[in-house]
Design a binder for this molecule. Sequence first.
Ligand SMILES: Cc1cc2nc3c(=O)[nH]c(=O)nc-3n(C[C@H](O)[C@H](O)[C@H](O)COP(=O)(O)O)c2cc1C
Length: 283
Amino acid sequence: MNNLSNIEIIKKRHSVRSFKKKKLSDRLIQLITVKIDSLKSGYFKNEIKFYLVDKSNLQKNIRFGTYGIFKRTKYFLVSVIDKNTCNDQVYEDLGYLFELLILYVTGLGLGSCWIGGTFNRRKFREALELNDNEFIPAICPIGYQTENFSVREKVMKKIARSNNRKPWHQLFFEDGLSKPLIQDIVGKYSIPLEMIRLAPSARNTQPWRIIKIGIYFHFYLKGVSNSLSIFDNYDFHSVDIGIAMSHFELSSNELNLKGKWISNDPKINLKDELEYVISWETK
Ligand SMILES: Cc1cc2nc3c(=O)[nH]c(=O)nc-3n(C[C@H](O)[C@H](O)[C@H](O)COP(=O)(O)O)c2cc1C
């Protein structure tokens, strides 16, 4: 088992779509199960259920459809929300909690990939025998990564432009959108911000924008058209913001940078370009 810091784990994580046949040990399964049990609710108070599904343990012979993009998947982490009890910010909470889990399994030496679109929801619903009010926003195959990327995997990475990340000056600002944030000004906080820059996002759209005003880092969502029909069912950009929150919080804690999440919209005029989500108050 690796003993990496959270910052190292964030740097190490990347999407894995081809796995070895190798089984997970009972010890790993137990660790993941304990981690799942520890994930209660996010900042916005939504409870998300997570399951570790081992295909070979299912009673029914269910073929999980992942449209040929994924190879030799045996284990899946599956997230479930309850539409009757969740609030509008359930997807931020989902992104935050699921990414904590994904980074945890990355630290255990496993490969993973967020899947919000390219899977057959009905098959997974059947396997988990879900109620009508329950919905699966995303799943994540986990396992040991093959040594080489498959051709399909390379194509998928190319389509999603997975290796590209937007430069710092397009993501982080000070006092408004006209002034890019200078790294020297934020001192050690440049690392948690860099960890956001490396975060995964649906189709790698990187919709997070952060504006620093005084002691606050305000998190905004940059609207990107939801043009891909595989994502029609839900607001995956809000999931991306939750993912950014988890990277920022984990790395700030690790660097002993004290702060907390707070809803504190500064209501600056952004000409509807960005949607306010949450702020981090530094101490
Ligand atoms: C919410 C979300 C949904 C995603 N859905 C899919 C998907 O349906 N199929 C897929 O192959 N990759 C999916 N991805 C993976 C992204 O394409 C990938 O994270 C991004 O291209 C960045 O690459 P990296 O994870 O290797 O850093 C998703 C990622 C996120 C965060």
